[in-house]
Design a protein around this ligand. Structure first.
Ligand SMILES: Cc1ncc(COP(=O)(O)O)c(C=O)c1O
Length: 317
């Protein structure tokens, strides 16, 4: 809802500025530049805004730069997941920021899976890379590391002020229920005061990735607590998830439209509560299924007719 609300309404800012008496000589036009694997709430928020939009190939900075160069919009906004929700890889924030500076763009980062996880203090992707910038509009969710519900925007005060005015998903809906507010306030303290949980999470992540090297499954990425096993065929991914479920292990199979067609996967997500025995059990169970699964994986991964929701290179600048 934060993505839908904010991205759909940011291009209204010049209208609100006019209402507040700002009479700039310039006409403002907006354009979004969005990674093709961004979360669906980003893609839909951008679409709802009615602004010009362009989709760049996943993490392809050259492609992004080409699109930025072509744009004549006065207000360019680059949008990226921090940790990509279905692939688990981490956006190169310093490089994106460099492009934002070069082309005078804002950089909107959805750090749903980085907030509370990345960075020494759980400060998210900005702490991870040690970057701060007035150009960054940081969006985080309260539903992942914090274990509650809701989302937030952290940005420059004047942008926050505009968002409060323009974003009806913020202003015209009920506030968080008090039980959530109390629980989340406690969770924020835990992220700060109990770094041992984060340390345990990363130990689990490293242990899992190391042990997976014993097995023939292809991993999409290994740099975050989201370590997806690429299966390819949708039904094969469901079948593997079902087999794991029968062994007492819950893993979600992720399939189209959350990921491109025939790029279904098992989205393994490590957390701080897992023990090394849990991970050993997962590895043992995957080992039992490796022959059947790897045959299906290998036979489907070669099929590259990928249907994307918003084809990369789509331009409406
Ligand atoms: C990158 C990303 N953004 C936003 C969301 C939405 O978060 P929530 O479940 O809190 O609505 C998710 C959750 O799946 C996500 O992965």
């Amino acid at each position: 809802m934060a993505n839908l609300g904010v991205l759909s309404s940011l291009p209204q800012t010049s209208k609100y500025a006019r209402i507040y008496g700002f009479t700039g000589a310039r006409e403002y036009t907006y354009a979004y530049f969005s990674d093709e694997l961004n979360h669906v709430s980003i893609r839909e928020g951008i679409r709802m805004s009615g602004a010009a939009r362009a989709t760049y190939r996943h993490l392809d900075l050259n492609h992004l730069e080409g699109l930025l160069k072509k744009s004549t919009a006065t207000t360019k906004i680059i949008v990226t997941d921090g940790v990509f929700s279905q692939d688990g890889d981490i956006a190169p924030l310093p490089d994106l920021l460099q492009l934002a500076e070069l082309y005078d763009a804002a950089l909107y980062v959805d750090d749903a899976h980085g907030t509370g996880i990345l960075g020494e203090n759980g400060g998210g992707i900005c702490e991870h890379f040690g970057v701060t910038s007035a150009r960054i509009i940081y969006m985080g969710t309260l539903s992942k590391a914090y274990g509650g519900i809701g989302g937030f925007i952290a940005t420059e005060a004047h942008i926050a002020k505009i968002i409060r005015l323009a974003c009806s998903a913020y202003g015209f809906t009920s506030a968080l229920p008090p039980d959530q507010a109390v629980a989340l306030s406690e969770a924020v303290d835990m992220v700060v005061d109990e770094p041992e949980r984060r340390a345990r999470l990363w130990e689990n992540q490293r242990y899992f990735v190391t042990r997976m090297s014993e097995l023939p499954y292809p991993l999409v990425s290994t740099g975050s607590p989201i370590v997806p096993i690429l299966v390819g065929d949708e039904d094969a991914a469901d079948a593997l998830a079902l087999s794991l479920g029968e062994s007492g292990i819950h893993v979600d199979a992720v399939r189209f439209p959350a990921v491109p067609l025939r790029k279904a996967r098992l989205r393994i997500q490590l957390n701080a509560g897992h023990t090394s025995q849990d991970i050993d059990q997962l590895i043992d169970t995957l080992r039992v299924h490796q022959h059947g699964a790897s045959a299906t994986i290998m036979s489907t991964l070669g099929m590259t007719k990928i249907k994307r929701d918003e084809p990369a290179g789509n331009e409406a600048l």
